[in-house]
Design a protein around this ligand. Sequence first.
Ligand SMILES: [Mg+2]
Length: 233
Amino acid sequence: MPRRVHLILFDVDGTLLLSGGAGARALNDAFFDLFGTPGAMARVRPHGKTDPAICQEMFRLHLGREGTAEEAGRLMRRYLEILPACVAGSRNFHLMPGIPGVLDALAAREDVLLGLGTGNVEPGARTKLERGRLNGYFPFGGFGGDSADRAALLEAGFRRGEACAGAGASVVRWVVGDTWRDVRAGRACGARTLAVATGGDTLHGLAEAAPDHLLADLRRAGDLLSLLDGLPA
Ligand SMILES: [Mg+2]
């Protein structure tokens, strides 16, 4: 029998942590610096969206058109300059219930590979995770810099993880996230999907997205471990 490996991609915002609005504040300030519009994130609901998609929403709302690749690149660069101070100064930054305990339990298993599956560009994700000391759990991932499309960035993360798993492994893909967008994109990649109601969507709202599994939170690591072990051989 080939060796089974569970390749699990975790979303960041609302799943591992909440930055306490640091990301939106940094985007607001970056947009103001470059385009002179204050409060540009006020009408943008970022949850489950990728950074490049959020940037384009800001351009459409405030410039009345798509941003060019050059403008989007400048906005992201300015955002990444501002983000570390916003994260460091965020009063409401916190890890979600059960984090990092569930990550310790997963990292202790030889049949688990952990990665990120997030719409954040990688330096932004790493900045947020750094404050929570979570970067060490996640050597690879799929990020907003890979694609504006969530399914495509998850696919990039899974390919990186599969390269780590090595030849001959039988890989089971998993996506853990807090919004219906995580569920839909995970399903498009052939992943098993676990939705957690710690962030953007309620249990009821997530149930409508029909994830394979649904938990209120990750407080009990055993809940997730038993999902891995409950798969038929
Ligand atoms: Mg999220």
